[in-house]
Design a protein around this ligand. Structure first.
Ligand code: EPU
Length: 434
């Protein structure tokens, strides 16, 4: 198990390029199950969750080959990747086993495409998760609305349908992967599907763009209501995954928390608007130009409340990093987490670094400003890890962030990118740890 050793404080200064979005790349890879032709995906981040999805697809008969995009001058670990996926074996399994699914919840994204393409799928229920219960009832209700016979047996979802049929379905609440699973399935259904109360996240819209290039007929993605005219078959495509707004947002918050000056390149300011608006309220100078998004702080930061919400609200995936920032801001802020029940596990770890945080159910009150000091802390999930790393760069002294494998699920070359911005961060393998 690797750790990060961080010596601070250091202002993050310089340019950093956003990688491709993990949460857009995952459903894009799952779309490869819908065709026999090659799917070429550019800007797929080299992170552990994508490796897990490739392993699962390989098990299901889709091979994938990584190629470096030509002309990239970035260091090897952050160089852009093109991934070519294609069905390698004619007879495939439609069974996603627990051993693969338990390590990554997004594995459930193979359910819709397997069912639509092969008429049956057996996918393990994902099991527990550190940040909340995270049921998949909406995925299952949606597929049942398209005519699938869906049962739960022995910890598995078993779904069957000779051919899915277009239907009208309203999600009880917006779900990102639920909406994606239904888009993947409805693309090959007979007739028209109308999906209401859909997740409006940019990653959903990116999947719809890819499916449309493959020959699907989807309109309205990115909005509340999505229309899918089912087609009989889908072909190959080439697609460039959108930049990772959460990863990019993490570095912008990094500039703010360390009193630095960061230019985030290849990011979408529109997708990051909820964060950029909040940072501006806090007193961070934000400049959007063709070169990228620049965030810098000269003076003090003001405490400002935030509540997470589905897009276009403030993303839950940036809540932990924002909490780290609020420890450095003048005044008291309240942070409300409305998406997941248990997403404040970074709070006691920040407290070990000197933060004053009081958690009460779904709300956390942060009293600032605090001079953070280095400490040994433990990462509990992906975004909590990022929060602790940022706090470590801002803190005086040495911070050791344990269980960095959480971070490796979703941040491409984070220590290299931070080093490029001037941070003193080293990855230390457990055997090397003091
Ligand atoms: N929910 C249900 N029933 C369902 C599906 C969801 O009750 O069938 C609830 C969830 O428990 C949660 C809320 O609906 O309270 C929203 O969950 P959603 O389904 O949107 O989350 P997800 O699709 O499982 C994706 C991202 C998460 C991100 C959330 C929210 C991927 C692969 N994952 O998860 O990303 O936090 O949307 O934006 O897209 C991360 O990258 O660190 C991460 C956790």
């Amino acid at each position: 198990m690797d750790r990060f050793h961080i010596s601070g404080p250091t202002p993050l200064i310089g340019r950093v390029c956003a990688s491709g979005a993990k949460n857009a790349a995952l459903p894009a890879l799952a779309a490869s199950l819908l065709t026999d032709e090659p799917l070429t995906l550019c800007r797929v981040p080299r992170v552990r969750d994508l490796r897990t999805m490739r392993r699962l697809l390989d098990y299901l008969g889709v091979g994938s080959e990584e190629r470096q995009a030509p002309g990239s001058e970035a260091p090897r670990a952050v160089r852009e990747t093109a991934l070519v996926l294609q069905r390698a074996r004619p007879s495939s399994s439609t069974d996603a086993p627990y051993e693969l699914v338990k390590t990554m919840r997004a594995s459930v994204l193979v359910l819709g495409p397997l069912l639509a393409r092969y008429g049956s799928a057996r996918v393990s229920l994902p099991g527990g998760c550190a940040i909340g219960v995270r049921p998949i009832d909406q995925h299952l209700k949606g597929l049942a609305a398209l005519g699938a016979d869906v049962r739960l047996a022995g910890g598995y979802v078993e779904a069957r349908a000779s051919r899915l049929a277009g239907a009208h379905f309203r999600f009880d609440l917006p779900t990102v992967t639920g909406t994606e699973n239904l888009l993947l399935a409805a693309s090959l259904a007979r007739g028209t599907t109308v999906l209401e109360n859909c997740a409006r996240e940019p990653e959903v819209a990116d999947l719809a763009r890819l499916l449309n290039v493959m020959g699907a007929r989807i309109s309205g993605a990115g909005g509340d209501t999505i229309l899918v005219d089912g087609v009989d078959g889908l072909g190959g495509a080439a697609h460039r995954v959108i930049p990772d707004r959460i990863e990019g947002g993490t570095y912008l918050i990094g500039a703010a928390i360390t009193g630095g000056d960061v230019l985030l390149e290849q990011a979408s300011a529109a997708d990051l608007a909820p964060l950029l608006d909040k940072l501006a309220e806090v007193g961070v100078e934000i400049e959007v130009s063709p070169a990228g998004i620049r965030a810098r702080t000269g003076g003090g930061l003001r405490a400002r409340d935030v509540a997470t919400a589905p897009h276009p609200g403030f993303p839950t995936d940036l809540q932990a990093q924002y909490m780290a920032l609020m420890t450095r801001a003048e005044g008291t802020s309240t942070i409300r987490e409305t998406i997941f029940e248990n997403r404040f596990q970074h709070a006691p770890e920040l407290a070990r670094m000197g933060a004053r945080i009081h958690v009460d159910g779904g709300s956390a009150r942060v009293d600032g400003p605090t001079e953070l000091t280095g400490a040994a802390v433990m990462a509990t999930d992906l975004r909590a890890s990022a929060c602790l790393v940022l706090a470590g760069v801002a803190a005086a002294g040495t911070t050791v962030v344990d269980r960095i494998y959480h971070l490796d699920r979703g941040y491409e070359g984070m220590e290299l990118k931070l080093q490029g911005l001037g941070a003193h961060v080293a990855r230390v393998a457990e055997s090397q740890a003091i």
